[in-house]
Ligand binder design. Sequence first.
Ligand code: NDP
Length: 409
Amino acid sequence: MPNKTLIIGAGGVGNVVAFKCAMNADTFGKITLASRTKSKCDAIAENVKAKTGVAIHTAQVDADSVEELVSLIRKVDADIVINVALPYQDLTIMDACAATQTDYLDTANYEHPDEAKFEYKEQWARDQLFREQHIMGLLGSGFDPGVTNVFVAYAQKHYFDEIHTIDILDCNAGDHGYPFATNFNPEINLREVSAKGRYWEEGQWIETEPMQIKQVWDYPEIGPKDSYLLYHEEMESLVKNIPHLKRIRFFMTFGESYLTHMKVLENVGMLGIEPVEHQGQQIVPIEFLKTLLPDPASLGPRTKGKTNIGVFVKGIKDGKAKTVYIYQVSDHEKCYEEVMSQAVSYTTGVPAMIGAKLMLEKKWYEEGVHNMEEFDPDPFMEELNTQGLPWQVMELEADATLEVESTLA
Ligand code: NDP
């Protein structure tokens, strides 16, 4: 019996997942793409058919409703649900999967709509339920989280006896030509970058002001870029799963113009998540801002340049200090050529497909709710090389660094 795959969410990432599942139709079998707006699913299905020759099915669903989800999962008779809607829908989709005994995968951890805070607590709390239902949930199978967790697991398996420090580096040197736009869902993106920074050192979380810590890292194939310390969700699980760790931080690149726009928007209250009254109507400022900004999906054909995301790891092997940078470089224009999406959606959608593929093939399979670094990294790393995200390993001198400048902004 061929597999049946249900993808939920027809945004930038959903587009890539639909393409990539169609390109691996032997594994994914009958593919259904469902989202709030069915016309978006139909448009993607049309492009997938034209480019790959594979017909995918489409459906409408409100993923905030467990009842609607359960009835769709039953109708599709899905073997796996790939959740690439928004982090707000993680819990409803997980509960619908539990009710129907269907495996689950997502790319971003649960975020409460009324609080700019994301954590794994509520998803991990479903571990027992998933075990009782004999199903698996794979959390955070995008690039970061996702591939970054797998890179750390690969470093641990092949390069280190003990990992002591990890710096996760996320560089997007793409240019879309707009004065201001976000590369993925603006609300999620702006909530992430306007939140306080946080890193973990010697067993403790240390909080910083938003964008307080700036370093310049020299990214292979791109060059030096201003990078800011942010909190990012993969640190929560890596701290739990990597023994001997002394420090973990996450840096993302931002240009000066982006940050100036952000500051102004923040100062005038446009990043607010509380409703305000405007001429008798309740409006959430950040939601209104999303309406004004370019749709991330529209950036695809305009974006030029590369991304470099990797993990800079220090530790010891056979008693000697060692440094390794494992990274992946993508080219926005090449991604668009292949699946009609820029690299940010591409680098998220491809790992989502790979995670689901390994689950369906039972190469990565364990009942309960799991993070990426808990599994053998090798099959995932092999798939990355053949599915469009080839990676590199730089072995460096023990005291080497790619950090060229460090300042407190
Ligand atoms: P988009 O906003 O482009 O797409 C989200 C899609 O979900 C839209 O099609 C939207 O429908 C749909 N959706 C939203 N709410 C509902 C609902 N209640 N019911 C059904 N469908 C709904 O986001 P992206 O594609 O950029 O991102 C998708 C996910 O990927 C997000 O969770 C994001 O956080 C994550 N991500 C993860 C990354 C990683 O590396 N791990 C990196 C980038 C993103 P509609 O079109 O009607 O609005």
